[in-house]
Design a protein around this ligand. Structure first.
Ligand SMILES: Nc1ncnc2c1ncn2[C@@H]1O[C@H](COP(=O)(O)OP(=O)(O)O)[C@@H](O)[C@H]1O
Ligand SMILES: [Mg+2]
Length: 386
């Protein structure tokens, strides 16, 4: 199974290109699902079809699905939801508000993990194309496994023992055992899906960008954080490029600055391939326009080809230990803070943190040297004394 994830600033063209990609794959004979995780869904509009929270068959080999948080919660975490509802209500929260609270932020994204886990387990599709929410939310989704611990402590601020006591206090009405069991299996599934999403043999992320300043800035940030979290990006898609014909009219200034942004994108993301899609001169919806976008995007190439194979994270042996190489483009020296302890290394860029859980054996090593030669960050490990 392959997973392709489309991310980028709102309006850049994620839904359009994700749908076009899925259509192209389906027509090449791959069983394909395009799944929207953006709470502000527009996949149905782009496909010009009614969709629902379960996959809807669009045509041969192609299914589409718009995730619905309430639906997903009932389906995938019924017991956990009941438990949370009881906890909130026990704290005196009104039922309706408790329902709202039980749908904590990040769950929309989180529920995507559970669907992916199910599809992967059942081997239901050859390809899953994820039309994700704007960059910020997507990063929340992708860093989810890293924050599950934080997350569960928010969900259950009480230690489990206390919860058990509470369950008894309430006369056993709280569906405690089932809820906790579900929580454990949930965490296990989230971890499993993270393995899929961070496996470059399975998942490739494609970043949408338009030749506009703000959009480029966001694409760069997205790229940096994706590398930081260890997710593999295999292409940048430059969408809605205006043709030169516009150069003399109303869009003259826009087209003139566009040329600069186009080369800026090509240069700064190099050696990543940059796929180009021109502005089609109209809104893109319906299968025939999507087919056109797909053809411009990939030409004769298969959409699920690995368009770029460089690894964001690499561990190699040295004479006296190991060196871990992380590729973090767009960061200057001094932008990354590294803290190491035990078998965990924490990288901090601004307010975002990534915990790198090192291979077990590295617990016997310490960081000897940190070398930041942009775009590479090298951590040298040497064996602990004694
Ligand atoms: N290549 C293109 N040419 C013309 N319009 C486009 C093109 N790509 C996207 N659009 C239009 O831009 C708008 C935003 O695209 P969309 O794919 O919904 O962005 P996102 O999912 O990133 O928010 C839509 O109205 C879409 O029809
Ligand atoms: Mg969209």
């Amino acid at each position: 199974m392959r997973i392709l994830l489309f991310t980028g600033k709102g309006g850049a063209g994620k839904t359009t290109t994700a749908a076009a990609t899925a259509l192209q794959a389906a027509r090449a004979g791959k069983k394909t699902l395009v799944m929207s995780t953006d709470p502000a869904h527009s996949l149905a509009d782009v496909l010009n079809l009614p969709l629902g929270p379960e996959p809807v068959e669009v045509e041969a080999n192609l299914w589409a699905q718009e995730l619905d948080i309430y639906y997903s919660m009932r389906k995938h975490w019924g017991s956990l939801r009941k438990l949370m509802l009881e906890v909130f209500r026990w704290q005196g929260v009104d039922r309706k508000i408790a329902e709202e609270l039980a749908a904590i932020p990040g769950m929309e994204e989180g529920s995507a993990f559970l669907w992916i886990e199910e599809y992967a387990r059942e081997k239901r599709f050859d390809l899953i194309v994820i039309d994700s929410a704007p960059t910020g939310e997507t990063l929340t989704l992708l860093s989810l496994p890293q924050v599950t611990q934080w997350w569960t402590s928010k969900l259950f601020p009480f230690p489990r023992m206390a919860l058990k006591g509470m369950g008894k206090l309430m006369g056993g009405v709280m569906p405690l055992a089932a809820g906790l069991e579900e929580l454990d299996s949930l965490l296990e599934k989230v971890e499993g899906v993270q393995k899929l999403l961070s496996d470059p043999e399975v998942t490739s992320t494609r970043i949408l960008v338009n030749p506009e300043r703000m959009v480029i800035a966001e694409a760069r940030r997205a790229y940096t954080y994706l590398q930081l979290y260890g997710y593999h990006v295999d292409a940048v898609i430059m969408n809605r490029i205006l043709p030169d014909i516009e150069a003399s009219g109303f869009f003259a200034d826009y087209v003139a600055s566009q040329a600069g942004y186009i080369s800026e994108i090509e240069e700064s993301f190099s050696p990543l391939p940059v796929l180009r899609v021109p502005h089609l001169g109209k809104e893109v919806f319906g299968l025939s326009l999507l087919e056109k976008v797909g053809q411009v995007l990939y030409g004769e190439r298969a959409v699920d080809d690995f368009l770029f194979k460089d690894k964001p994270l690499d561990l190699a042996e040295t004479d006296d230990g190991y060196v871990m190489n992380l590729r973090l483009p767009f960061l200057e020296e001094g932008d990354v803070k590294v803290h190491g302890s035990g078998d965990t290394v924490t990288l901090q860029v601004g307010s975002r943190r990534r915990h790198l859980f090192l291979p077990r054996f590295l617990a016997f090593y310490t960081i000897k040297e940190i070398l930041h030669e942009p775009p590479d960050l090298k951590l040298f490990f040497e064996k602990r004394a004694g």
